[in-house]
Ligand binder design. Structure first.
Ligand SMILES: [Zn+2]
Length: 384
């Protein structure tokens, strides 16, 4: 399997289509005609051509990565790494304002693109174009090659799981549009965890769409501080501070248009990492399917479980989170990086028409969590 470690091991320092067919979203709350055929959307250019060619580069350096690689070679998962009813007039005003802010926002992005758009060079290969597609039910993939983002559509607007890189927001908007939905209809941005590759664009999405950003208390602090103070990357990465409109506690829910997502606090990778869950209808007419959006269980390069002055409770947090993850019912396994859940293979099978939907993978979820926990236990033992 692919080596997958989030971190800056290479520098020995923690940093910090096919065309989609016309579709109708058949959720219980009422379907939506997604509209006409989907063309290949415009893609924002990200960065230059230099940089790491494979995610493996993340672990090509010294220090912790050397201890992590064997875990992976042995087959383990790297543990390294409003519903708004406004009048037509108000709607028109809102649309005009959004159009203006989109123009301003995207113009502001232009200069950043020339420099890599604020995407750390080691992450460039993660952030290449990936055509958007329907994963299952009202869940759509709108991420890049390895920075997974999901659009959960409802008749009352949409929920976006993670804003991604700021420079990729134009691409994100184009993909949402290409799927037949309106970017301006994004009502919530649900934060998985406050790291640059997932949260840098939150403030811009919020500004462009008027969406409410939802995060846990601990990661809300990081978001509001633009990354400053974060346990892993806080000393290296900064991004536009993003106000958090709603702070969720464990078990809190966010509901829109007949779809409800539940927040499970699963700290460790960050102090406030959230595992979001929801249900989708089973196309086969069976019981509703449980969906898990996994944040990350990776231990970033350079981060210690024992004697970690920046995050003293990290090991205890991870231990509790593994207990949560093991107890969560999961039929559809998704996560913030495609490699976590075998996205490329599953998408390839889905395109070939495989049934049942390849993203239904309860065994894969259990295996992933078990492997990650085994890696955690090994690492903990090695450090003690
Ligand atoms: Zn992360």
């Amino acid at each position: 399997m692919a080596l997958w470690i989030e971190g800056f091991a290479a520098r020995d320092a923690p940093p910090g289509h096919e065309q989609s067919a016309p579709r109708r979203v058949g959720d219980a709350g009422g379907g939506r005609d997604a509209g006409s055929r989907v063309g290949r959307p415009h893609r924002a250019q990200v960065g230059a051509r230099a940089g790491p060619e494979t995610p493996e580069t993340w672990a090509s350096g010294r220090s912790r990565a050397d201890r992590i690689v064997p875990l992976v070679a042995a087959g383990g998962v790297p543990f390294g790494g409003p519903n708004e009813n406004v009048s037509g007039i108000l709607a028109g005003v809102r649309t005009a304002a959004l159009a203006l802010s989109l123009l301003v926002g995207f113009a502001a992005l232009g200069s950043g693109c020339a420099e890599g758009g604020g995407v750390p060079s080691a992450m460039w290969t993660w952030n290449r174009d990936e055509p958007p597609y329907q994963v299952i039910g009202n869940i759509y993939y709108v991420g890049s090659t390895q920075i997974a983002q999901f659009l959960v559509t409802t008749p009352a607007g949409h929920l976006l799981l993670d804003g991604g890189f700021e420079t990729s927001v134009p691409r994100l908007r184009a993909e949402v549009t290409a799927l037949g939905f309106r970017f301006e209809d994004v009502r919530y941005v649900l934060v998985s965890h406050a790291h640059i590759d997932h949260a840098q664009g939150d403030a811009l999405v919020r500004r462009l769409t008027g969406a409410r950003v939802v995060a846990s208390a601990r990661d809300a602090e990081t978001l509001a501080a633009g990354g400053q103070g974060e346990a892993v990357y806080g000393g290296v990465y900064r991004w536009p501070p993003c106000p958090v409109d709603r702070v969720v506690a464990d078990g809190d829910t966010v509901s829109l248009g007949g779809t409800t997502l539940t927040a499970h606090l699963t700290p460790g990778h960050t102090r406030g990492a959230v595992t979001w869950t929801m249900r989708v209808a089973d196309a086969g007419g069976g019981r509703p399917l449980d969906v898990v959006f996994f944040p990350s269980a990776n231990l970033n390069a350079g981060v210690r479980l024992v004697g970690n002055a920046r995050y003293p409770e990290i090991a205890a947090d991870f231990a509790r989170s593994f207990a949560v993850w093991k107890a969560l019912p999961c039929d559809v396994f998704l996560g913030v990086h495609g490699a976590f859940y075998g996205m490329d293979d599953k998408r390839a099978r889905q395109r070939r028409g495989a049934t049942p939907n390849p993203f239904i993978d309860p065994a894969g979820y259990r295996r992933f969590v078990a492997d990650a926990e085994a890696g955690f236990r090994r690492e903990l033992a090695a450090e003690r």
